[in-house]
Structures are given as C-alpha cells and as structure tokens.
Ligand binder design. Structure first.
Ligand code: ADP
Length: 351
C-alpha cells in the first residue's frame, strides 16, 4: 500500500508538471515520458516508451549533449534546440544518475518559444527605435551643419527654410518619443489606468469635431452618425479613448485624397458598442492587414513620414482597445478605402 501510494504521488506530480520529463536508460531507450513531454513531441507517452530518444527527437547536437551528460553523472548538461515537428524552441536539461544505480538519465524539456519570441521582439524594437530616431536626427545635423558652414547663416534666401526644417524634424522626434512613452505606459502599467464608466459617444463626437477643420482644409467630408440618442458608456480611460479615435480619424484623413469621405458611425448590438471609422482613401492591401498593428509597420514609409506619422499610432490604438476589453478589426481594399471597426462591451446600466 505504501509503495502504491508513493507511486501514484510521483505519477500525479509528473503528470501535472509544466515541464516535459523523460527518463532514458544508458542505451538511449525511453523508459518514461510525462504528458507535457508527449505534447511537446506531438506523441502519446505510451507510443514513445521503449523507443530510442534519437528516433523521436532528430535534432543536430542532441546526441552529443546526451553523450556528454552520460559521461558526467550528476552534472547538468543544457542545450537549446528547435523541435522539427512543431517548430517550438525547447531548452533541454539532462542529468545522468549514478550509473551503478542503473537509474538512467532524466531529461527535462522546457518550452521557451514565447520567451525567445519576446526577446527577439525586444531586440527588433531597439533596432527599430534607433533607426527611426536616427533619420530625423541626421536631417537636423545636416541642416545645422549647412547653416554653420559655408555661410549658410548669411544666405537670406535659405536660412529661414533650414531652421524651419530643423523645427519640423525636432517635432517629429518629439512626437515619436511621446508615442513610445505612451506605448510603454500602456504595456507596463495596464492595470494603473483609472478605468471608469466613460461616455464613449461624447468622446467620439468631440474627436470628430476636433478634426473637422483639418478635413475642411483638405476638402474631405467628415461625417458623424450615431444611432443612439443617449450617451453610451463603457469602462475605460478618457484620455486613452481620445487617443484611439484621434489616431483612427487622423489616419483616415491622412490616407484619403481630397474630395474624399470619412464617416464615423456608432451603434450598439448584443451588449456591445461598435464604432466604425470608414474612409474611401488609398486602402491597404490584404497582405498588410495582419501586420498593420505592429510597431513601426507602415505600408508606405515615405507617405507616412510626409504626413508626420510615426508608425506607432495603430499599435497604440490596439493596445488601448485591448486594455479597455475591446477588439479592433480592419477591412480594406486598395483604391477603395479602409474601415476600422472597434467594439467594446457595454456597461450594464448603460442604455
Ligand atoms: P502612421 O503614423 O505611419 O500613420 P500607424 O500605426 O497609424 O502609423 O499606421 C500604420 C500604417 O498603416 C500607416 O503607415 C499606413 O500605411 C497604414 N494606414 C493606417 N490607417 C490607414 C488608412 N485609413 N488608410 C490607408 N492606410 C492606412
């Protein structure tokens, strides 16, 4: 009875571990495989038992690592590799028990795919940021040098123009840094927001109003339509919501030619509220839809820069929408226009 109890205790510990565990004997035959290791290797544990390790994990360098571990009993040998079947990245730790006890080798597999993906994203982010900051900075340097050298300051025709360019580029830098700080705030302190019932419809209406002068100047018709008579509330942060709709409306105006139409609509359905920002502008081809919310992802670099864009707007929008429990979807066709549709769960007493 004692043995059975202790066996089932070990079984349940091994079965519920988030790490994969394999036990192999000296010749490489698998004696035990827990369910997590089975999942990682895409096999049923029963199917794996009795097989050779190399039969189910064909990975360069694995054999050498196992050999090394078996030559050093009690010492941990670590190796990271990619599983061919699933593409998951796994960190393996192998420890050979004392050979005289005949207990074999314990292999622990830890799925580090997500960790590696995050650290790759961080590296990419740093390199993107440096690149993005470098562009306006190089321009500022070039204009300043031209002004200082070769009598640029005395060149009455161009000196003002150069200073204006310097100002433009510093504004860009400022905007980019503000956007990056905003993104990092949403990401790192999502729970620090003072989320409270906020009138979504009023905020959207005021964002439309704020943009009406720009729309007029660019000869774009900007319309707002809301089916609801009363204000609709959602649980959110006022400033965050403003940022979301300012960005979407601003993009719609930026990527729509003169005489175009930008429509903002609001309605509710099945305890959700929907806000749609629709334009009949240049559109976005299907292949970009998946990546459009990534930081610094732009369809047309030159056009985005020309419009003063930082490539961070949609990424900020998506983060905010998620913090407020909502979702965002895009529909777009090149040459016909783009629709961004945002939905949020309604506050119970609203309506
Ligand atoms: P940006 O600051 O460059 O506008 P965003 O993150 O707001 O950055 O948008 C990313 C890219 O998505 C833009 O560079 C543009 O190519 C595309 N985009 C966004 N909104 C629209 C739209 N309404 N119509 C066409 N393209 C758009």
């Amino acid at each position: 009875a004692e043995l059975t109890r202790s066996y089932s205790q070990f079984q349940s510990i091994l079965a519920t571990m988030s790490e994969g565990v394999l036990l192999i004997e000296t010749e490489g035959e698998i004696l035990y495989c827990n369910p997590t290791a089975g999942n990682l290797l895409f096999r049923e544990p029963s199917e794996v038992n009795g097989k050779q390790l190399w039969e189910i994990m064909r990975t360069p360098g694995l054999e050498a690592a196992i050999e090394l571990a078996s030559s050093r009993p009690g010492e941990e040998v670590r190796k990271e590799f990619e599983l061919q079947r699933s593409g998951s990245i796994v960190e393996m730790s192998a420890v050979q028990s004392d050979i005289s006890s005949g207990a074999g080798m314990v292999i622990v597999l830890h799925d580090v795919t997500e960790l590696r993906r995050l650290s790759r994203m961080r590296r990419e982010f740093v390199s993107n940021v440096s690149h993005e900051l470098k562009t306006p900075l190089t321009a500022i340097q070039a204009y300043a040098e031209t002004l200082l050298d070769g009598g640029g300051l005395e060149d009455a025709e161009n000196n003002r123009l150069f200073v204006e360019r310097i100002q433009e580029q510093s504004d860009r830098l400022q905007q980019m840094i503000q956007d990056m700080l905003r993104l990092s705030k949403i990401e790192s302190q999502a729970d620090a927001f003072q989320l409270q019932p906020t009138s979504l419809t009023k905020i959207v209406e005021s964002c439309v109003e704020t943009h009406s002068a720009i729309a007029k100047a660019r000869e774009i018709t900007l319309k707002f339509h809301c089916n609801e008579k009363n204000s609709i509330d959602i649980v959110a942060d006022r400033e965050g919501l403003q940022t979301v709709f300012d960005n979407l409306i601003n993009n719609a105006l930026n990527y729509t030619q003169g005489h175009g139409i930008v429509e903002v609509r609001c309605w509710h359905e099945n305890r959700k509220v929907f806000i749609e920002v629709k334009d009949n502008g240049i559109g976005i081809s299907q292949r970009h839809h998946e990546r459009i919310f990534e930081r610094f992802y732009r369809v047309d670099q030159a056009r985005s820069r020309e419009m003063g864009g930082t490539g961070l707007g949609l990424s900020i929008v998506k983060h905010y929408v998620n913090v407020f429990g909502g979702e965002i979807a895009i529909e777009s066709e090149v040459g016909r226009g783009t629709t961004f549709c945002v939905s949020f769960p309604l506050v119970e007493q609203s309506l």
